[in-house]
Write a protein that binds this ligand. Sequence first.
Ligand code: NAD
Length: 303
Amino acid sequence: MEVKDINKIAVIGAGVIGNSWTANFIWKEYPVNLWLFTAEEENIAKQEIQEHLEGLAINGVFGKEKIPEMMKLINYTSSLETAVKDAQLIQESIIENLEIKQKLLADIDKFANPDAIFASSTSYLLISDIAKFSQYSKRCIGAHPYNPPHLIPLVEITIPEDDKGSIETAELAAEFYKTINKVPVILKKDVPGFIANQIQTAVSTICGELLANGVCTAEDIDKAMSFGPGLRWATMGPYLIYQLGGGKGGIKGLTLHIRGESEDLMSRKELETYANFIQGEVDKEMANRPPEFGNDNESLRKF
Ligand SMILES: NC(=O)c1ccc[n+]([C@@H]2O[C@H](COP(=O)([O-])OP(=O)(O)OC[C@H]3O[C@@H](n4cnc5c(N)ncnc54)[C@H](O)[C@@H]3O)[C@@H](O)[C@H]2O)c1
């Protein structure tokens, strides 16, 4: 299958994430079969999706008059078979429970085309576990959006381990997500919490410690984050920020300078090896960036 063959999407689950994914897909003109766990969810789903689209229209992303046509692209159904049988991408977004997701996948295996990509929105479960009993595990990926998916571009992708997954499926899904303006990242390992939630958990842990130790108030923490690193991190990740922070010496210079002062951390030789490694990683990252986003020290600084 190629990206151009994806022309119908099944969104499974009409909760917070399912409705936001649906808004994202129909905004990009993809017809969606939205599977409802209970028929009563239909009205709430309609209302939430409509509100998501109105939010985009108010901010000038498209004209408000386009919304009725977009809403017509949704087929609401309580039948799993109807939802998945003609879909090439199945974006599972049901309750975060391993057994329930495994059972759902077993049912999807009965009805869906074996080529259809099964993409789980799970936040913390492993796709290796969700797909453990699937006869089509190679079509399965973790595809974790950041809430709300119709606004936040990131999608973190994982595949089942032990040769049960397929990197081609991950790459195909990543190419597809790019066509709807998402920014996909394919992880090399299947880990709980992917990248962003692990970082977020680490930040939450430190915030909790600062509060518990009476160092500052919750308001102080929020201010420190929003008016400090949060402003930088909105435009660049920590490694590019270090690259900038190191001036002409880049992240290598910064690493040798700062970490070189803590001799107990690693030997000078280990430090130099690490500094060269991390500079190489950042150089590769910069080379992948479009010039207007900054792909060398000077253009990065201007950006
Ligand atoms: N909320 C977030 O911030 C966030 C962010 C990224 C990913 N996710 C992931 O997205 C998925 C959905 O999360 P959500 O926040 O939309 O949850 P939600 O509670 O809003 O929606 C869950 C949906 O699952 C349905 N459901 C409940 N029991 C079910 C069952 N037994 N079988 C099938 N469906 C059932 C509910 O009716 C509901 O439509 C989860 O895997 C979650 O980890 C959530």
